[in-house]
Design a protein around this ligand. Structure first.
Ligand code: SAH
Length: 221
């Protein structure tokens, strides 16, 4: 049996480095996080495949390359605070935490939030998973060095941009006229002006309004 570490190293080489991701810190994190543990048991054999996979509730864990690409665009430094919208399996949060980021992640589906919390805690990642609608301001006074949105959004919510610290970065798949989404990298400059760059075309599950059962659980720390 090939160990998961070997499969992770192969995934990084063939799917991620081969497509031009250069950041050693991103590559190291992708090698170090056991992706198979974020996937339902019956699909674990496919954990390292070059595609998104179902995680229940009609949601998916993103393709490894897309996780690496968004993480490289965000490029959190050790100790940076990052807000994620769309926890899903918790895998993207784990990659950010493995790079030393302090992660808060919001998920609208209660069962996914609970499972991601358990998976992350069992691996020793101290991620704050909040069960809420990430389109709505969650009352965090905190500002974040990075914001990453991992569901297709029709627009960038104002509070995401407002929550960015000076020199902060936001990465989000924003719906475009031609269908599908395009990755937006938004930089907040020192004078609070914004610089937007439009990058890869991509496909994500949609950002939906409200929490699945109309409840919230968890808070800013
Ligand atoms: N980052 C995830 C993949 C996310 S899939 C991972 O690494 O596995 C997108 C997730 O966004 C889904 O779990 C979906 O339920 C969640 N989502 C959709 N709309 C949302 C909203 N308004 N607020 C918070 N989460 C949302």
């Amino acid at each position: 049996m090939t160990s998961w570490e070997t499969k992770a190293a192969e995934m990084v080489e063939k799917q991620i480095q081969a497509r031009g991701i250069l950041s050693e810190r991103v590559l190291d994190a992708m090698r170090a996080v056991p992706r198979h543990l974020f996937i339902p048991e019956e699909l674990r054999e496919s954990a390292w495949a070059d595609c998104p996979l179902p995680i229940g509730e009609d949601q998916t864990i993103s393709q490894p390359y897309m996780v690496a690409r968004m993480t490289e665009l965000l490029s959190p430094e050790e100790g940076d605070s990052v807000l994620e919208i769309g926890t899903g399996s918790g895998y993207q949060s784990a990659i950010l935490a493995a790079m030393g980021a302090v992660v808060t992640s919001i998920e609208r589906i209660g069962s996914l939030a609970a499972r991601a919390r358990d998976t992350l805690a069992s691996l020793g990642f101290a991620v704050n998973v909040i069960w809420a609608d990430g389109r709505e301001r969650i009352g965090c006074a905190e500002v974040f060095d990075g914001v990453v949105v991992t569901a297709a959004t029709p627009a960038v919510e104002e509070w995401w941009t407002e929550s960015l610290a000076p020199a902060g970065r936001l990465v989000a798949p924003v719906a475009v006229m031609s269908g599908g989404e395009r990755l937006l990298l938004r930089l907040k400059n020192a004078d609070a002006s914004l610089t937007d760059t439009w990058l890869d075309y991509c496909r994500f599950v949609p950002l939906l309004g409200g929490t699945q059962t109309g409840s919230v659980d968890g808070a800013c720390q």
